[in-house]
Design a protein around this ligand. Sequence first.
Ligand SMILES: [Zn+2]
Length: 67
Amino acid sequence: MNDDNKTVEPKAEDAATPVNTTKTDQQGRTLYDVKCSNCGKDTQVPFQPSGDRPVYCRDCYMQKKNA
Ligand SMILES: [Zn+2]
């Protein structure tokens, strides 16, 4: 009899999954919840808002950029 094969080791990928509530984008950058300075919509930006400059959602950012 050999019971060794009953041992189940935890999967490595499970242990590697970080448990946190911080949102990140596909590049792993931290996303900060902000309100768009133009339309007031809730959005996320991949940088910490400084507070002394407007932050735009993606739509408004593209509009400003193309203006
Ligand atoms: Zn906006």
